[in-house]
Design a protein. Structure first.
Length: 73
């Protein structure tokens, strides 16, 4: 999953379109590891891309993203 996220991030058109997206959903905040986390996958991907775009750091802790990634099975 990490390599797929890196590929998506490195496509500027995709990255900017995703950051501009509005799913018209309010954050669904839940507790995860004693922290408030938005349990919306799109919001977490947007957070990751925005962090990587605006931060001097070259890495991102994907724990909230992984927490919000769920399957039906």
């Amino acid at each position: 999953m990490n390599s797929m996220m890196q590929q998506f991030y490195n496509i500027p058109t995709f990255r900017f379109a995703l950051l501009a997206a509005d799913d018209k959903q309010d954050p669904k905040v839940v507790q995860h590891e004693n922290k408030d986390v938005d349990d919306n996958l799109l919001h977490q991907v947007m957070n990751e891309f925005a962090f990587l775009q605006l931060s001097d750091r070259q890495y991102y802790n994907p724990a909230p993203l992984c927490f919000s990634f769920k399957t039906d099975g």
